[in-house]
Ligand binder design. Structure first.
Ligand code: FRU
Length: 489
């Protein structure tokens, strides 16, 4: 692998020199250049946070998957590290696909999918996928150890292992597609995490499977406890789901199933599949635990097959902000909140005086590109539409006609146009905590009741930020905003 890593680093270096900055995030993790998709191997190990990611260091397009790597003291400020994995061995000829990390007895283990095209490159109808492992003593350099879990009979699409320890055993969930082309998650266990020459037991149970005949694959499963009473969440990204009304509008979605689980028992579901995020760009999130016990998750803030104007700058893809996951028992669903560490990015606080906007807009900033806002609006407002405009192409607003919160993008020059929305939460007020970066916006509604994650592509001279109300009046009850410092050196 050493020689291939050297080639990858040389290629990346050339790309970094060409990389543009207009859309490059100021406070989100993105590759130094080239392509990024799923978060992989998120973990706190030996005093540092580690984030790995699906990476193509040779170009801004998806290609033979490597694992990029960054480390951090606070999950906010990231230091790029050498590429951790390069594909090309017998068992990962066509790519080192997604997976997870385990910190065990001082070593860092990466579990990933060795992806192999058996026919033409890119022909998904003839593939071999198996779970592989790589080990590191220093947390930076990894030695590949080959396959630890081959696919069970009848499974060809078999990827994205997430491993954890519980009740004296190691457990692994893997995303799969059965013989009838239906999405599933398979559960495996092992007494031993890894031993030279030893493989995991291929016996499995089906932890969950689709009840929607269109869904042909469940990717990137994550299974974790959300209470002390055996409540578990299965978070995954189904493929093939059709849009229904306002829902499931993205090409692929990410959501959760919640239920009771304990080792050797079946997953006893309560309720159905719920989308985790309501924006345009949210996929394949992965969770990990902080040393103080929080469950934190980051996702890929982009979407397969979306136009990606940042490719003109020789990079594509970034993570969402780290979000703390909280189980809302009453509503039987997950909430996501920005982690408290993000407050360290704040510059000087600006207060917006309460105001009644009557058919008007007020300017907050000429050039919004790295800012956090906290706005509380009255939902008793009569205006047809009120909220926030960023340049001419992006609006976030409360729509009093449909009673929905809407994020609308219009960049016809990039073939991007359209909105995502969610029903307004109950109550007479709505709180919006909004993070605006150079090409992304994340919105947390009422302490994580709803979230929206979307990419947007405003020209550098079209970034004016305004509050507005049309056809009537809208009351801003309180407002604050902070310029955010960049994490880039
Ligand atoms: C999800 C995914 C995974 C796969 C990886 C390949 O976005 O398709 O299932 O491991 O991306 O890059």
């Amino acid at each position: 692998m050493k020689q291939r890593l050297e080639q990858s680093h040389a290629a990346l270096k050339t790309l970094i020199e060409k990389r543009g900055n207009d859309f490059y995030p100021s406070f989100h993790l993105a590759p130094p250049a080239g392509w990024l998709n799923d978060p992989n191997g998120l973990i706190y190990h030996d005093g540092l946070y580690h984030a790995f990611y699906q990476h193509h260091p040779f170009s801004e397009h998806w290609g033979p998957m490597h694992w990029g790597h960054a480390t951090s003291n606070d999950m906010i400020h990231w230091q790029h590290q050498p590429i951790a994995l390069a594909p090309g061995d017998d068992y990962d000829k066509s790519g080192c696909f997604s997976g997870s990390a385990i910190s065990h007895e001082g070593k860092l283990y990466l579990f990933y999918t060795g992806h192999n095209w058996l026919g033409e490159e890119g022909d998904d109808s003839q593939i071999y996928e198996a779970q592989c492992v790589a080990v590191s003593e220093d947390g930076i350099h990894f030695e590949k150890k080959g396959i630890v879990l081959p696919p069970p009979e009848g499974y060809m699409h078999f990827r994205d292992p997430k491993v954890w320890y519980q009740a004296g055993k190691w457990w692994m969930v893997v995303g799969a597609r059965d013989e009838k082309d239906q999405g599933q998650v398979l559960l495996f266990s092992s007494e031993t995490l890894f031993e030279e020459g030893h493989q995991w037991n291929t016996q499995y149970t089906v932890l969950g499977k689709t009840d929607d005949k269109n869904v042909y694959m469940w990717e990137c499963p994550d299974f974790f406890p959300i209470s002390n009473e055996n409540d578990f969440a299965l978070v995954f990204s189904p493929q093939g789901k059709h849009a229904e009304g306002y829902q499931f509008r993205n090409q692929f979605q990410t959501g959760s199933l919640i239920g009771k689980w304990s080792p050797e028992k079946t997953f006893d579901l309560r309720g159905g599949f719920l989308e985790l995020d309501n924006g345009h760009d949210y996929y394949a999130p992965q969770s990990f635990q902080t040393p103080d016990g929080r469950r934190v998750s980051m996702g890929w803030m982009d979407m397969w097959n979306s136009p990606m104007p940042s490719k003109n700058e020789f990079w594509a893809g970034c993570f969402t902000l780290p979000r703390e996951i909280i189980f809302d028992k009453r509503q039987n669903r997950l909430r996501m909140l920005p982690v408290k560490e993000l407050e360290s990015l704040r510059g000087e606080k600006n207060t917006i005086q309460p105001i009644n906007l009557i058919n008007q807009s007020i300017k907050l900033m000429d050039n919004a590109q790295s800012v956090e806002l906290d706005l509380t609006w009255s939902l008793d407002s009569q205006a047809e539409k009120f909220g926030l405009w960023l340049g001419k192409g992006l609006e976030v607003f409360i729509d009093k006609q449909s009673n929905r919160l809407i994020i609308n993008r219009h960049y016809p020059q990039y073939d991007i146009s359209g909105y995502r929305s969610a029903p307004l939460p109950a109550g007479s007020e709505i709180n919006l905590r909004i993070f605006i970066d150079r090409s992304s916006i994340e919105i947390f509604v009422n302490q994580g009741d709803l979230t929206f994650s979307s990419r947007y592509y405003a020209d550098h001279n079209d970034r004016q930020l305004q509050l507005f109300a049309t056809s009537g009046s809208a009351q801003l009850i309180s407002g604050e905003y902070w310029p955010l410092n960049s994490i880039n050196k």
